[in-house]
Unconditional design. Structure first.
Length: 158
């Protein structure tokens, strides 16, 4: 059943990204989805832990929250870029990630990277190395708002 869900998700995603409905390009999409499904099936057999695709309300909450974060950060970064660049303080710092469940740390790192003005550079066992255009972005991450949000939505007890 999860292979069918992944097939539908990947097909819709491919179609949305390509935007073409010509026979040749659709066949390329079918081939690419088939290759990914084949790899997914082989990985499932290897680690005996199917990569499930969650279809509950958490994904909607996460996407809505992430889109809001991306929008507000985009506006903030745009103001700094168009305004005075002397307010920019490029900073590299280590952010603790020990409160984020182990299986969602990559999602946490990617959420930081998707938010404009920040970039996850490295993910160690319990901490992330993050580059930011402003020191205040690092301070916000250290306060743990994003960490709490990711843990709250995707925590192990859910």
């Amino acid at each position: 059943m999860h292979i069918l869900k992944w097939s539908v998700l990947l097909s819709v995603f491919w179609l949305l990204l390509s935007g073409f409905i010509q026979p040749l390009l659709l066949s390329f999409g079918v081939i690419s989805v088939a290759i990914v499904i084949l790899l997914l099936t082989r990985m499932d057999k290897f680690d005996r832990k199917p990569k499930t695709f969650r279809t509950d309300h958490r994904i909607i909450r996460y996407i809505a929250w992430l889109l809001k974060e991306i929008l507000t950060s985009s506006i903030q970064v745009t103001k700094h870029i168009w305004g005075s660049t002397d307010k920019l303080e490029p900073t590299l710092a280590k952010i603790p990630a020990n409160k984020v469940p182990q299986d969602t740390r990559v999602l946490y790192a990617n959420s930081i990277t998707l938010t404009p003005g920040t970039l996850s550079v490295d993910l160690d066992e319990n901490e992330l190395t993050v580059h930011a255009l402003q020191k205040s972005s690092i301070d916000e991450l250290k306060e743990g708002g994003m960490e709490r949000k990711i843990s709250g939505i995707w925590g192990a007890n859910k």
